[in-house]
Design a protein around this ligand. Structure first.
Ligand code: NAD
Length: 491
């Protein structure tokens, strides 16, 4: 469907979304009929219940994916591409409805949710284009004895686990390349935001994805259910996005049957502002890097290291912008910052700010949870944050910017690298040579140089150190779902 014929965006009635498990192309209840409640973090009101899968249900999904695997692997790449492209257009056609749904179950501001839907849909378009470009190679062995023929084949049945912070994009970033590479899959979304995943299952079915190629299983017992899947020899791939803590546990489990793993884990991004930076541009970038998704992004700037010569100016300008943000129900069009996803997240952020203040930090704006229903915390700027404050070492995952001054480039790099995480780092300077030099020294999989955003389906997204293994997006993301097969031959 050419872009000009995209249908007007339609609303999605949350009540009309199927609430069951999607296994083998059929919606069904969980064995035993248990359910999990879902609620709106802006109002704490119920959004209904979804099925709570058992181990038996999880293994039924593996069986469905396994039965569909051979046919899907030999489906022509062009056909797989056409289905993904149709899913892209269907997502755009339903963009407003999906955005509202994301905002309702996650809490994020509608503008952020709309941005997510577009970003998420782009993974289907990108991998529709990549599906027909799984290119191998042929070379002569250096000794001249034979040819080396390399062909890429689908890795096999894939378990995809996603977090709640980008319920659409984290799913399409895995489903897109899995399907393009010829793999069938089981998606296990987060229990906080399952409705978006269930709506996506309907979109994929409408786009023509055959029965069993994409299955969706929701469960309140991810440990046992995923554990059983990983021990099942039909499962060959685990692609996980979530916290480093859960990622570590899953890597240990996957090691039992040597399942191929891709891991997109936590971050603790430094945002470095040099004295020669364009301060207004740095504040614009900081607003995106910190406040997109209300701070609940793995790429969120967590620690701001600002040169002492521009520290006060940057802090004052950032505090003015953060303090002016309207905090309200995510679905209101005027909302700039919605609530946190749940009470535990709110309490974690409160604890981080209280700890930093106890250790001497100054609050320039925010600093106190809002006295209202829902899990609201105001955009907060802290200066003079002591080095031993917990929020400099752990992911804040909320709308709090912690500022620390530095004197030299070496000091800034050392502080930025002083973490077990290495997902993304932000650098602001007008000196390109310095920018590139510092980018090379920073221990991160991605660098934003004079930018507040790195995410792009056409770019390899991923971290070093304990922020992950492998890359999503770009051609790299396709290869995560493929195995290189080497054939030694002569002719
Ligand atoms: P989480 O690790 O708690 O949960 C992620 C997913 O894993 C959920 O679906 C959850 O149900 C499931 N899960 C939890 N315990 C499990 C277990 N024992 N076995 C199998 N599955 C299990 O993370 P979260 O709170 O949903 O998401 C926030 C985290 O995700 C942050 O750390 C954030 O940085 C990270 N994240 C990373 C990226 C990235 O691309 N690197 C992107 C988004 C989020």
């Amino acid at each position: 469907m050419p872009e000009s014929t995209v249908l007007p965006s339609a609303a999605i009635d949350p009540a009309a979304i199927p609430r069951g498990l999607f296994i083998g192309g059929v919606w069904r209840e969980a064995t035993g009929g248990k359910t999990i409640p879902v609620s709106d973090p802006s109002t704490e009101e119920s959004l209904g219940k979804i099925a709570d899968a058992t181990v038996e249900d999880g293994l039924a999904a593996v069986a469905a994916a396994s039965e569909a695997a051979a046919d899907w692997a030999k489906t022509a790449p062009r056909k797989r591409a056409d289905i993904l492209m149709k899913a892209f257009h269907l997502m755009l056609a339903k963009a407003d409805g999906l955005a509202e749904l994301i905002s309702r179950e996650n809490g994020k501001a509608l503008a952020d949710a709309k941005g997510e839907v577009n970003y998420a849909a782009e993974f289907f378009r990108w991998y529709a284009e990549e599906a027909v470009r799984m290119i191998g190679d042929i070379s002569m062995a250096p000794g001249g004895a034979n040819r080396i023929v390399v062909q890429y084949q689908p890795v096999g049945v894939s378990v995809l686990i996603t977090p709640w912070n980008f319920p659409a994009a984290m799913a399409t970033r895995k489903i897109g390349p899995a399907l393009a590479a010829g793999c069938t899959c089981i998606l296990k979304p987060a229990t906080e935001t399952p409705l978006t995943a269930l709506a996506m299952a309907e979109i994929l079915a409408e786009a023509g994805v055959p029965k069993g190629v994409v299955n969706v299983v929701t469960t309140s017992k991810p440990g046992p259910v995923i554990g059983a899947m990983l021990r099942d020899r039909r499962v060959r791939k685990l692609s996980f996005t979530g916290s480093t803590e859960v990622g570590r546990r899953l890597l240990a489990e996957a090691s039992q049957s040597v399942v191929n793993c891709s891991m997109e884990l936590g971050g603790n991004a430094p945002f470095v502002v040099f004295e020669d930076a364009d301060i207004d541009a740095a504040v614009d970038g900081a607003m995106i890097a910190k406040m997109r998704n209300g701070g609940e992004a793995c790429t969120a700037a967590n620690r701001f290291y600002v040169h002492e010569a521009v520290y006060r100016e940057f802090a004052a300008k950032l505090a003015a912008r953060m303090g002016a943000m309207r905090v309200d129900d995510g679905r209101l069009p005027t909302t700039a910052c919605g609530p946190l996803v749940n009470r535990a997240s709110l309490e974690k952020v409160i604890g981080f700010v209280d700890d930093a203040v106890k250790r001497g930090a100054n609050v320039l704006t925010g600093g106190k949870a809002l006295d209202r229903r829902g899990f609201f915390y105001p955009p907060t700027v802290l200066t003079d944050v002591a080095k031993d404050s917990a929020l400099l070492h752990d992911e804040i995952f909320g709308p709090v910017a912690a500022l620390v001054a530095f004197k030299t480039e070496d000091e800034a790099v050392a502080m930025a690298n002083d973490t077990e995480y290495g997902l993304v780092s932000y650098v602001y300077t007008k000196d390109l040579a310095r920018g590139l030099r510092v980018a090379e020294r920073l221990e991160a999989g991605m660098i934003a140089l004079n930018r507040g955003l790195v995410s792009d389906p056409a770019a390899p997204f991923g971290g070093v150190k304990q922020s992950g293994l492998g890359r999503e997006g770009a051609h790299h993301g396709l290869l995560e779902f493929a195995e290189a097969k080497y054939i030694a031959t002569n002719w």
